[in-house]
Design a protein around this ligand. Structure first.
Ligand SMILES: Nc1ncnc2c1ncn2[C@@H]1O[C@H](COP(=O)(O)OP(=O)(O)OP(=O)(O)O)[C@@H](O)[C@H]1O
Ligand SMILES: [Mg+2]
Length: 507
């Protein structure tokens, strides 16, 4: 046995009804390395990691995994067993209990018991130690649901670290993190590497592999395409391995001239629904017909709160006006917004966008059923044809539309949410981080679709933390800072530096 190899996947095959998720996958992971795992949405990355962590125990897949030279056979309550073996996983979807504190979550199921009762002092002091060790700015007593997505993700990672992992699996850990938090995570991973921890790292942000990975394995359609040293790769090569063809440009060219102003927001102020604290402190901007307006800003600058307010699903508006096609409007809730022609692809799709237990078809068509109804009956053919059209357009990877949304890969779930809102035929489409967790090929498809919609006269508001994306897709960029609109730049004047200056409040 090669002492250097900690994990050896041999001929792993895993099927679901109608889907071969993994097809004869073999590759090796070296002891102490950071091993990147990449591939398009639905390529099989998460499924492979669920096998490694025991979600799909021994017997539910074909092939063998050798772990430090010994065959890994996880069974029974496999997840705890994987933990005992020193394999910890941070899932793509957050798994924390929202109503519990950070400490309670980290020690859930392994609380220190003394004389028959849980020693809470130790829970919290040990939590503090873990948080300190990795310089995480989180309080052990914070209730998870009050943390931002970024901090929740950090808590999830701290939880995995508390188990003294030898192998740490991170499935898209940075999709919800701000740039500063990503930087911090990279530091944590470097520290762990010094301690000899092996890490398997999944992301759709290709640049991250070159920052952090020693080697990279590419999966396509459930098969291994290649395993290589990161230093022998560049992003163009990597993308080619992933999608199986050359991709010359990241952003498709649009061909549009925005028309008259159709939406106008003036000095909008709004309060947090729970705490009654002023979160939007004066936002003004306008939107033209057939325009793509990018909204940039740091995490916490109020971007999501702004669009949720415009959609009628946030706190109380205390001041300001919203005008749609010249008329003052008062948007009561999401349904009302949709009736008025405003749709929103929300940031947290799991909570606001999808019913996981329902079929893909129902998820796409549910809010649009009125369109298929005549004389109280649903025209199911039209419903299916129309839904299929969008599923195809977005290249949703699934055997058919009758399987549950739950069975889709993370990125494909996102596409379902986008399809649903596109079908409602809005005048204004608000997209909050529309390409988060979406692979490069599908991103390009979403961009093309955005261009097409804008050319048809639909106005789009797009929030994005990816400045390249903002610059590549927008006609104008509005920048937010501390709950205010701090300036709008035409794309000809917009540069990364100018946006950052407005976002940080320097300009
Ligand atoms: N529980 C399940 N039931 C049925 N099919 C499933 C299930 N889990 C995954 N699949 C299918 O297996 C394939 C691989 O999915 P997986 O989640 O591993 O992809 P992924 O590479 O992690 O994608 P993403 O980047 O979108 O997260 C997909 O076609 C998916 O629909
Ligand atoms: Mg996945």
């Amino acid at each position: 046995m090669d002492e250097d190899i900690i994990l050896d996947f041999q001929h792993i095959t895993k099927t679901f009804p109608g889907v071969v998720a993994l097809n004869d996958v073999s590759f090796q992971v070296r002891l102490g390395e950071i091993h990147g795992l990449c591939g398009e949405n639905g390529a099989g990355k998460s499924t492979l990691m669920k096998i490694l962590s025991g979600v799909y125990p021994h017997g539910e897949y074909e092939g063998k995994i050798f772990y430090s030279g010994i065959e890994l056979k996880l069974e029974g309550s496999a997840i705890h067993q994987a933990g005992e073996e020193g394999i910890a996983i941070v899932y793509q979807e957050l798994t924390l209990v929202p109503g519990m504190t950070v400490g309670e979550n980290i020690f859930l199921g392994k609380e220190p018991v003394e004389r028959g009762s849980i020693n809470w002092d130790r829970v919290y002091s040990d939590t503090q130690k873990i948080l300190d060790e990795f310089h995480l700015d989180i309080h052990p007593q914070d209730v998870v649901k009050n943390l931002g997505v970024g901090k929740m993700q950090m808590t999830e990672i701290a939880k995995a670290l508390s188990e003294n992992a030898k192998v740490l699996i991170l499935d898209e850990p940075t999709s919800a993190l701000s740039e500063a938090e990503v930087f911090q995570l990279m530091e944590i991973l470097r520290t762990l590497k010094q301690h000899g921890v092996t890490c398997i790292y999944i992301t759709h942000k290709i640049e991250e592999f070159f920052l952090i990975a020693d080697s990279v394995t590419v999966l396509r359609d459930g098969k291994v395409v290649t395993t290589q040293q990161a230093k022998d790769l560049d992003s163009q090569k990597l993308v080619k391995y992933m999608v199986g063809r050359e991709m010359k440009e990241r952003f498709p060219k649009g061909d549009r001239i925005p028309g008259e102003v159709i939406f106008e927001v003036t000095d909008l102020r709004a309060e947090d629904p729970n705490k009654g604290r002023e979160v939007l402190k004066g936002v003004s901007f306008n939107l033209r017909k057939g325009e793509i307006l990018g909204i940039a800003g740091l995490m916490g600058s109020g971007r999501t709160e702004l669009v949720m307010t415009l959609f009628g699903e946030y706190g109380k508006i205390t001041q300001g006006t919203i005008k749609l096609e010249g008329q003052k409007v008062n948007i009561k809730n999401g349904n009302d917004a949709m009736k008025k022609g405003i749709s929103l692809v929300p940031e947290d799709r799991k909570r606001h966008g999808l019913v996981l237990s329902q079929s893909i078809l129902k998820n796409i068509s549910l809010p649009n059923l009125e369109r298929f109804a005549s004389f109280l009956r649903i025209n199911t053919d039209a419903e299916l044809v129309e839904s299929l059209k969008y599923a195809k357009e977005l290249a949703i990877k699934t055997p058919n539309l009758f399987v549950t949304a739950e069975s889709l890969s993370g990125g494909n779930q996102q596409k379902v949410v986008i399809a649903k809102w596109l079908m409602s035929g809005p005048k204004i489409l608000i997209m909050d981080d529309p390409t988060r967790g979406v692979d490069v090929g599908a991103k390009f498809e979403i961009y093309k679709l955005m261009n097409k919609l804008a050319e048809k006269g639909i106005s789009i508001i797009m929030i994005s933390s990816d400045l390249q994306e903002v610059l590549g897709m927008s006609d104008r960029v509005m920048v937010m800072c501390h709950g205010r609109s701090n300036g709008t730049l035409s794309i000809a004047d917009a540069t990364q530096e100018r946006i950052m200056a407005l976002a940080t409040g320097i300009a």
